[in-house]
Design a protein around this ligand. Structure first.
Ligand code: PLP
Length: 357
């Protein structure tokens, strides 16, 4: 028996990929599986998505893990490579490389590899993080086109900073900066992350890059995945390991920050910041026990939380507890914890076993 586990619903992952395709029917889908597939497990998630046209990761190590586990499909390395050894390894693994700065072009110019590489030239249209500035774009494009041997493919990508905002003004500005750069080039383009896929059809272009939406979670503060036709893929589930009764006035947990206002019953649940729950989740945030919402009582500790079950039907040691997932939206806990669902999902720690169902 496992006290805590992250149950991953592979049917939900596939349904979300289909929902994304329905939203962007003319685009190919690059499934973003960086950061251990947003906590869902890099290899099981990729293997559960045989219909994705490509996968995207941030770091070379993630791509190596996928290839080591037999993944043959296109893998795009979103941050590219940073030295000649990484480039040689990426070439050997037949990765697609994002090229976002001159250092990477220089590495490619010096590289004498066995075969040409597929490249994605990244242009910075306003995020101001990675990518060539619009005025540098043309020179970078020409240098990449002039590589010997020529790149297997040369595509263009940009990233949106504000796609989740209802007012699409910032996105429109980014598109406006991109448009003249690619006008007249017969080139495949990729712009859209999850929020843009769901809210800004004009960004869909040749390739979309969904991360969060693939996992069934909403990138918008005001909506849940279910409202967007998505199914949450992860249910973080734990177990009641002890029961406790406290008298009115007694305190619970580190610092004694929660104090019973009445005689109370508590369930102690095996989930803590050692499993990835932020310590900042406040008392009152819900967990689900036997289908009923029970508010947290006191601080999150490393291995445990306490939930107030005074108003619940009887609870037993061994009962399952949903921390977030199919019935308790991770979006809701993120709001309570003052964070975003991305951080909660990516934060699920290594000691939590992943079970793909
Ligand atoms: C992480 C990432 C994505 C996916 O973003 P979501 O908001 O999770 O859909 C897309 N593109 C790039 C470049 C990324 O780094």
């Amino acid at each position: 028996m496992r006290l805590i586990r992250a149950r991953i619903d592979s049917a939900a992952l596939r349904a979300n990929l289909q929902a994304i395709r329905a939203r962007a029917p003319a685009s190919r889908v690059m499934a973003v599986v960086k950061a251990n597939a947003y906590g869902h497990g890099l290899v099981p998630t990729a293997l559960a998505l045989p219909d994705a046209d490509a996968f995207a990761v941030a770091r070379l190590e993630e791509a190596i893990t996928l290839r080591d586990n037999g993944l043959k499909r296109r893998i795009v390395l979103l941050e590219g490579v940073f030295d000649a050894a990484q480039l040689a390894q990426a070439a050997q693994l037949e990765l697609d490389l994002v090229v976002h700065q001159p250092l990477q072009i220089e590495l490619l110019e010096r590289f004498r590899g066995p075969r040409p590489l597929p490249l994605w030239l990244k242009v910075d249209t306003g995020m101001n993080r990675l990518g060539f500035r619009p005025e540098e774009f043309r020179a970078a494009w020409e240098r990449l086109r002039g590589l010997q041997p020529a790149p297997l493919q040369l595509r263009v990508l940009t990233h949106l900073a504000c796609a989740d905002e209802a007012d699409g003004g910032a996105t429109a500005e980014q598109l406006e900066r991109l448009r003249p750069l690619v006008a007249g080039l017969e080139v495949e383009l990729s712009i859209a992350n999850s929020a843009a896929i769901l809210a800004q059809p004009s960004t869909h272009a040749s390739w979309v890059r969904p991360g969060l939406a693939l996992y069934g979670v909403s990138p918008f503060a005001a909506q849940r995945g279910a409202q967007l036709g998505l199914r949450p893929a992860m249910t973080l589930e734990s177990t009641v390991i002890a029961l406790r009764e406290v008298a009115s006035g007694e305190r619970v947990g580190y610092g004694g920050v929660w104090r019973a206002q009445r005689a109370s019953r508590l369930a102690i649940v095996a989930a803590g910041y050692g499993d990835g729950l932020p310590r900042g989740i406040p008392s009152g945030a819900p967990v689900l026990i036997g289908g009923h919402r029970a508010p947290l009582a006191g601080r999150v500790s490393m291995d445990m939380i306490a939930a107030d079950i005074t108003d619940l039907p009887p609870v037993s040691v061994g009962d399952r507890v949903e921390i977030w997932g199919s019935r308790l939206a991770v979006e809701e806990l993120a709001v309570a914890a003052g964070t975003i669902p991305y951080e909660l999902l990516c934060g699920v720690s290594q000691r939590v076993p992943i079970e793909l169902v």
